[in-house]
Design a protein around this ligand. Structure first.
Ligand code: TF8
Length: 336
């Protein structure tokens, strides 16, 4: 009789809280989740997916409120808010984390990954995890990597077909030494600037150009203020989902597990969505009036050569062992 009652009570609880939330230690919480791109972007879609997953897995107790278009500030500012505990979560570029954990510079090395498969394997493998773990002592919890994607050049000045055409072009780059040095080495006038200020800077011609994946050129409407697009695929950029460590440490193991599982699900969703969109984006940009040039391989090789000293600087900074580890992981995926 007693046993039957307990089972009934358990069933009732399961019904009222949802199967996942039953018997778990979950408190009602509001999680402010910031990101930099528009709501109508791959970043925005995946942020909403994450919010829905967390709601589902916590029986609605954990509420993720998403803030797009840098309304909580550009990436570096949000990172500081997370460290100080004024904001709970965000997704943004790894490039702006290099000042916090210098090893992240390794993901900015030009021409390091040849395709998305290599990037996935390395980022989701032991080295990717090692870098996520390094964030803890700086007050951040690194959860997963999303795909920003392979970067390409746009500008409003002239067609860039050869490496030397970059000479003197005023190019916005991310606030990151590897990007600044890479484009300086290529002869451009590299100007670091927050992403949130980029559209206006392009529109007012404060800068001539910028570099980002196709998906961002579409979602941020850069085609409205940039005529020329050059396909260079000069570097693969990851995004990273992080949480405030002071906040995270107050969560129960059940709550942390829900967030980790939802983060992993959002990663898989985001990569699939980004790749599907990227496959259509180039045609869309042509239809929007962009003049598209594919930089010939011999010219890309020149860019690569000019960037070699920058790669050397990154290796000196992150240390040869880490570099070797990443290269070994890449070779593993290449089967060589
Ligand atoms: C950039 C990055 C952006 C990110 C994003 C706002 O050019 O590619 O995608 O900073 O988080 O700044």
């Amino acid at each position: 009789m007693k046993k039957w009652l307990l089972t009934a009570a358990a069933a009732a609880l399961t019904l009222s809280f949802g199967a996942h939330a039953y018997a778990q230690n979950i408190q009602p919480r509001l999680i402010r989740f910031g990101y930099g791109l528009n709501e109508d972007s791959n970043q925005g879609r995946a942020a909403r997916f994450f919010a829905e997953e967390v709601a589902k897995r916590s029986g609605g107790k954990l509420k993720v409120r998403t803030f797009g278009a840098a309304t909580l500030g550009p990436d570096p500012q949000m990172q500081n808010a997370l460290i100080g505990g004024a904001q709970e979560m965000m997704v943004g570029s790894t490039a702006t984390l290099v000042g916090t954990v210098k090893e992240f510079a390794i993901w900015d090395v030009p021409f390091m990954f040849a395709n998305e498969k290599e990037a996935d394997a390395v980022l989701d493998g032991p080295v990717g995890q090692k870098l996520l773990d390094k964030l803890q002592e700086k007050g951040l919890v690194g959860l997963v990597y999303w795909e920003n994607g392979f970067r390409n050049l746009t500008n409003s000045r002239h067609k860039i077909e050869k490496a030397e055409d970059l000479q003197g072009v005023k190019l916005r780059v991310m606030q990151n030494p590897v990007f600044i040095d890479t484009f300086k080495a290529a002869g451009a006038n590299a100007v670091p600037l927050a992403f949130a200020e980029l559209f206006t800077a392009l529109e007012t011609k404060a800068v001539d150009g910028q570099e980002n994946p196709y998906t961002t050129i579409v979602s941020s409407k850069f085609y409205e203020v940039q005529k020329y697009l050059t396909v260079t695929n000069h570097v693969y950029s990851p995004w990273i989902m992080t949480a405030s460590k002071v906040w995270w440490d107050k969560l129960s193991p059940d709550e942390q597990k829900i967030l980790i599982d939802a983060a992993v699900a959002s990663r898989d969703f985001e990569r699939a969505d980004t790749r599907a969109e990227a496959a259509k984006a180039l045609d869309q940009l042509k239809a929007d009036g962009m003049d598209v040039t594919v930089m010939p391989p011999e010219e890309v090789a020149k860019l690569r050569e000019k960037a070699a000293p920058v790669t050397k600087t990154v290796i000196d900074s992150v240390g040869q062992p880490l570099w070797d580890e990443v290269q070994a992981e890449i070779r593993k995926t290449r089967g060589t």
